[in-house]
Structure formats: C-alpha cells, structure tokens
Design a protein around this ligand. Structure first.
Ligand SMILES: *Cc1c(COP(=O)(O)O)cnc(C)c1O
Length: 384
C-alpha cells in the first residue's frame, strides 16, 4: 500500500477505479462469469445482457446509438483501427491525411505508418497556446483528403481543440473526422453529434474505469462510415473486433460512464477551484508560467513551466507526489515533450515543465500539501 501522505496528481496518465465501479465489476469475475457470446444458457445470456446495458451507458455518455460503438482494448487500439482502416477503405477517394503535431503518439504513429505505405500526411502546427490555425487547415484540406484526425482534449496541457469547426471544414470536402476524445469524458460535455466526429475513441482507465477497455464510435448515418477489423476470428462486435468480450471490464466501463455523466458538472467546478488555488500559488510564489490556452482548457490539468529548474530534479526532490514531465508514454526516455515542442517552447522551457492533473479523489488537503512540498522544493532548487 502507498503511504497515506502520498499525493496522486497524475490523473491524465490513469485514474484509480472508482470503488462504485469496482463493486459492480466483481461478481462478473466469478459468479456471472458467462461468455457473452454463449447465449444458449442463462449464464451466457446474463453476461450478454450486462454487455448490452453497458453499451447503452457508454453510448449515453457520448450521445450516440448503441449500435455505433464497438468495445476495444482501449484508445490506442481504437486509434490504430480507425486510422489504418480509413486509409485502406477510402483510398479510392484519395491518399491524403491531416493531423496536428500535438496529437497523441498513437495517432501520429498510425499516420506515419500510412505515410510509409505511400499516403501523404500533413502534420499541422499549433500555436503557443496549443490551438490549431483553422485558416491553415482550410488551405491544406483538398478533395483528396480522406481523413482528418484531431483530439478533443490534449493529455499534456488540457487544451480543448475546436472540433465543431474542424468538423465543418472536414465535411465540406467530403472527408471524415476522427476524434481522439480520450481525455474528455467527465471533464466536459461530450456529444458526438454536436462535435460532428465521424469516428471517436474513449478509454475507461482515464475515467475511473478499469484498464484494458475502451470504445470506438463509428457513425452509422450521415455519413455511414465503413471500417475494417484489426482482429478477425469469432465475429464479435459485428465482425469488427473479434475476441471474447472482457465482460467485467465492459461492465465497469458502463458504470464509470454513468457516474461521469451524472457528476461531471459538479466535479468539474470542485476540481476547477482546486486547480485555481494550485496555479495561483505556483505562478505567483513559485514563479511558474502556465503552458497552453487558459480559456480553452479542461478544469483538471495544469502544465507549468518553472524558469531555471529542471522538471526531473523537481520530481526527484518530491517523491511523495506523483506528477509528470511531458507525457507518461515517453517518460521512460528523457525525450522532450512533442506537445510542448509543437507549441514552440524552447528546450529549456520544455525541460522545466511539469504536468499536474487533478481528479475525483483530489482533496483540498492534497492541494495545500502539494503547494507546500512543491513550493519548498522549488525554492531549494532555485537557491543552488
Ligand atoms: C491515454 C490516452 C490514449 C491511449 O489510451 P489507452 O486506452 O491507454 O490506449 C490516447 N489518447 C489520449 C489523448 C490519451 O490520453
């Protein structure tokens, strides 16, 4: 067990499973353990019914029809499937794809794979605030563009992209929009029809559900989007994702979706007050600068640059606090954050930046504790 005074402030990397979610999952491991595809008996039908209910709950979270969702192992898988199959299926329309340099690596590398197969990929820049230049986008998109990939909420900065506007420009060229919305549920209102995304992914472990489960939304009407499977076999998920369904995880994902939908507004305003307090202290007394648009940002994320300090030193001086430099996925290699690089920060600024992300179980005591511990570490590092 972790010590009590351990402060977890890395909710954008992953979240703990909500105890209410865990509670509904447990019986599905050993009591209701049926295979949801084995509906000749009641055990299998019970599992199938539970999956059906979860699919409805996840659909309600993003406001789609339940037959527009397939369960995947998470967002990485959904992103790979969406981008590679749109590339393959729509190639007769063209071979051009557009995305932004601040996207998640799963998107960037999926696009690079297509590039190696002869597709043309335009990787657009973002400005110092992490926002896209829509005029540049409009100039880049052509009739040969088959896919535009844009994330809703950036995992490193919390910056919200103008997906509705991007969707309008995309659809005017008869192209499809894939939206990585992994960081959005529970942090903002997410409605796939308002956003105008044709494909979208979310992941349970970023919203107090279990790891290893996520969903891909595939629009069925206006337009009807066609994709192909990554995994073939027993024909599960309408043939688009074979493999025995992970029923406990799916049930947990459903419950997590329900809780997020019910609580996001209240939770957001509570977390927003905590972040404001934290940022005020770390900027006025700690001499930090906030990275990313202040106006277009979700309430839980704070990416802060401390002049004259190395983030890795700050992190090693504060072992009781879990915070991140750059993104978790690349933190094994001390590579500068590609998101902050895309925003135009120089290498000193990037190496001096940390990401602090709050969540459902963050308390006022956590924040006052973090302010004290980080504040004194910053002062000590500055004295040197
Ligand atoms: C976490 C994350 C992913 C990857 O999701 P997994 O379910 O862990 O594979 C993709 N995009 C964003 C924005 C994320 O935050």
């Amino acid at each position: 067990m972790l010590p009590n005074e351990y402060l977890y402030l890395d909710y954008n990397a992953t979240t703990p499973v909500d105890p209410l979610v865990l509670q509904v999952m447990i019986p599905f491991f050993n009591v209701h353990f049926g295979n949801a595809a084995s509906t000749t008996h009641s055990l299998g039908r019970f599992a199938a019914d539970a999956v059906h209910k979860s699919r409805e709950q996840v659909s309600q979270l993003i406001n789609c029809e339940s037959n527009e969702l397939i369960f995947t192992s998470g967002s990485t898988e959904a992103i790979n499937q969406a981008i590679s199959s749109i590339g393959a299926i729509y190639r007769s329309k063209g071979r051009h794809i557009i995305t932004w340099k601040s996207e998640h690596k799963a998107v960037l590398e999926s696009c690079e794979r297509l590039e190696k197969l002869g597709y043309q990929v335009s990787m657009l820049s973002v400005n110092r605030e992490g926002m896209p230049d829509l005029e540049e986008f409009e100039k880049t998109i052509t009739n040969e563009t088959i896919l535009v990939s844009a994330m809703l909420v950036n995992n490193e900065t919390g910056v919200i992209f103008p997906i509705e506007a991007i969707a309008k420009i995309t659809h005017a060229k008869n192209s499809l929009l894939f939206c990585d919305a992994t960081q959005a549920p529970g942090k903002m209102h997410v409605d796939v029809n308002e956003l105008g995304a044709d494909l979208m992914c979310i992941s349970a472990h970023k919203m107090y559900g279990p790891k290893g489960i996520g969903a891909l939304f595939i629009r069925r009407k206006n337009p009807r989007v066609v994709i192909e499977p990554l995994l073939v076999g027993g024909g599960h998920e309408r043939g688009l994702r074979s493999g025995t369904l992970n029923v406990p995880a799916i049930v947990g994902f459903g419950e997590a979706s329900k809780i997020s939908l019910e609580n996001y507004w209240e939770e957001g305003s509570r977390i927003s007050r905590l972040r404001t307090l934290l940022e005020q202290e770390l900027t006025t007394n700690g001499g930090g600068y906030v990275n990313g648009s202040i106006r277009n940002r979700v309430a839980n994320t704070s990416n802060i640059y401390f002049e004259g300090i190395r983030a890795t030193d700050l992190i090693s001086k504060t072992p009781s606090i879990a915070i991140a430099t750059g993104s978790a996925c690349t933190s094994a290699l001390p590579e500068p954050s590609h998101v902050l690089t895309a925003m135009g920060l120089n290498s000193k600024q990037i190496m001096g930046s940390v990401r602090i992300s709050l969540g459902r179980f963050t308390t006022m005591e956590d924040i006052t504790g973090a302010i004290k511990i980080l504040g004194s570490a910053i002062n000590k590092l500055r004295e040197k």
